[in-house]
Ligand binder design. Structure first.
Ligand code: TEU
Length: 566
């Protein structure tokens, strides 16, 4: 196996809570995942990334870990984990764990000890600071910096016992670890090594570009609403690369190259990503960038979505493809547990559901990079259609609701934004079949299934060669079978066209041309394709396919065409 095997691999993300429940408690679990491995094998994915399954109070659905080496009882036991790992490997697949080490749960023993006393041996494992000069402890404005948290409100929580504040970039139950402290880093590396020794095949590293803060800690630029923007003071910080290179030396260097490491790096630029993923720097193999999933955020942020500007979206992808063409590597994704469903977001889940799901899949999967398929994306799962604030569980969405109400944004505008953009859209149960709760559970699901599961489900698609699932399967097979997909160069075509997403991939004389209509109108794409090029896929187009080489390609609403010329 070559060190860069992941360049022709496809990763499938499982959000265990919503994937498959095996014991009827309404929460997905490890045995449920085990029961669905045949679906993943059928799809042809190479790697499974498990969102956190560790012990957690679930303030942020497991991204608040209270024991990195225990399986949360809601998901099962370590024996269940070992059984799953064995079964995944038996099918020739790999298993990657979610590594959440920018912060722990406030119920982690490390934090309990740190909080116990200003003089605790672990006090410096977290960020503790006295009230701001001139302010009474606990008084508004006494927070040591003015940073706004990702989930709204300040990033500092006051601890009455010790009269000091602790830092939490996310939820107050997610205190940030102090990576400046070598004891913290060594404890993380030791834990990582124990998971690799257990047979795990790598890690997805949660917000791994937030672990190095600019010192001394200081206020950010003011934001509307009175808090400040700390992001430039904790994202891609001064020691970020140093820490990742140390992690690589302490954890991966001595092992053969069977691993996949992907860093989640919100706000990272292409230049940052080159530094993170240049193999000569031995940091991570690839990163999740956020530019393309922030492209529709409006003046009020994520929950104020704007119509898709395809020209802007294409420019983002073209910049990332070009920026990592020589050194480093891209991940490719639309969906994950933090993003709304792409067929609802950038596609058309009403009039052209299947065609738009396939067109979006085609343009993503045939670019240069490692694709990530989020659970249910392969069957074209849509947003949930939540209408009332009471239907939401996501701490980010609920925090945004309160924050926007406080600045008098009309409630319906907020609810519309949440319905379009909430993370809960990605967290409804996977739609396995048309039975109650979509075959996810025999109990009451922790979050309701989307009603369209009666027709939109895996069972209805598996035997249908024209289904969304069958198309994802074909795209994954293409990455395995056609080297041009994994290793070809990339040229964006028609960059200024507002409806057509087209590009060319070339490797050793093989030319792959992808042309998709990302709109509900008929278009003619003026793209040159070699005479005699093979039409691998002619998707969703009513227009009569012109012979390759005519210089123009008519496409119906959400139509797509994939050509291969050798
Ligand atoms: O997400 C990091 C992150 O930046 C999120 O706040 C994301 O930007 C936002 O939800 C998208 O709008 C990671 C995990 O993926 C997320 O589930 C966790 O809530 C978060 O870190 C804290 O661990």
């Amino acid at each position: 196996m070559t060190d860069d095997w992941w360049k022709s691999a496809v990763v499938y993300q499982v959000y265990p809570r919503s994937f498959q429940d095996s014991d009827g408690d309404g929460i997905g679990d490890l045995r449920g995942i085990l029961s669905r491995l045949d679906h993943l094998a059928w799809l042809g994915v190479d790697v499974i990334w498990l969102s956190p399954i560790y012990a957690s109070p679930h303030a942020d659905n497991g991204y608040d870990i209270s024991d990195y080496e225990a399986i949360d009882p809601a998901f099962g036991t370590l024996d269940d984990f070992d059984a799953l790992l064995t079964a995944v490997h038996a099918r020739g697949m790999k298993l990657v764990m979610d590594l959440v080490v920018n912060h722990t749960s406030d119920e982690h023993p490390w934090f309990l000890e740190s909080r116990a006393s200003r003089h605790s041996a672990k006090r410096d494992w977290y960020w503790w600071r006295p009230p701001r000069d001139g302010f009474e402890p606990g008084a508004p404005g006494a927070e040591p910096t003015n940073w706004r948290a990702f989930f709204s409100g300040p990033t500092w929580a006051f601890d009455e016992e010790s009269g000091e504040y602790f830092l939490h970039l996310f939820h107050p139950k997610q205190p940030d670890l102090n990576w400046e402290n070598p004891e913290v880093r060594q404890a993380v590396y030791a834990m990582m090594n124990r998971w690799l020794d257990r047979g795990v095949d790598g890690f997805r590293m949660d917000v791994i570009n937030l672990i190095s803060k600019v010192l001394p800690l200081r206020d950010g630029e003011p934001l509307p609403g009175g808090l400040g923007n700390g992001f430039p003071l904790y994202a891609c910080g001064p020691r970020n690369h140093e820490f990742l290179q140390e992690m690589h030396r302490e954890v991966f260097a001595g092992r053969e190259g069977r691993f996949l490491t992907v860093g989640e790096t919100p706000g990272a630029t292409v230049d940052d990503a080159v530094l993170f993923t240049d193999p000569a720097r031995a940091e991570v193999d690839m990163v999740f960038q956020f530019e393309h999933v922030d492209v529709d955020h409006g003046p009020l942020g994520k929950f104020d979505p704007q119509p898709l500007d395809l020209v802007r979206l294409k420019a983002i992808f073209a910049r990332w493809q070009a920026g990592l063409a020589e050194r480093g590597w891209n991940s490719l994704y639309w969906d994950n547990h933090d993003q709304p469903r792409v067929v609802s977001r950038f596609g058309d889940d009403r009039d052209h559901w299947a065609a738009s799901a396939k067109a979006l899949a085609a343009v993503l999967h045939l670019m240069r990079g490692t694709p990530y398929v989020y659970q249910g994306e392969e069957i074209g799962m849509t947003n949930a259609g939540f209408a009332s604030v009471d239907e939401y569980r996501d701490v980010e969405s609920l925090g945004a609701y309160d924050e926007l109400r406080e600045i008098d944004v009309p409630e319906q505008r907020i609810l519309d934004g949440m319905s379009a953009m909430s993370r809960d859209n990605a967290r409804t149960p996977v739609q396995w079949d048309a039975s109650p709760h979509a075959g996810f559970t025999t109990g009451t699901p922790w979050l309701r299934a989307t009603p369209n599961h009666t027709w939109l489900n895996a069972e209805a698609q598996r035997e249908d060669p024209d289904s969304v699932a069958s198309f994802y399967r074909a795209l994954i097979a293409m990455r395995h079978d056609e080297p041009v997909v994994a290793h070809g160069d990339f040229t964006m075509l028609l960059p200024e066209h507002p409806q057509v997403f087209a590009y060319r991939r070339v490797l050793d004389g093989t030319v792959l041309t992808v042309v998709a209509n990302i709109s509900g109108e008929e278009v003619i794409a003026h793209v040159d394709v070699a005479h005699g090029a093979l039409v691998l896929h002619n998707l969703g187009t009513e227009a009569t396919p012109y012979p390759a080489g005519a210089g123009e390609i008519p496409l119906g609403p959400w139509g797509a065409r994939i050509y291969l010329a050798r």
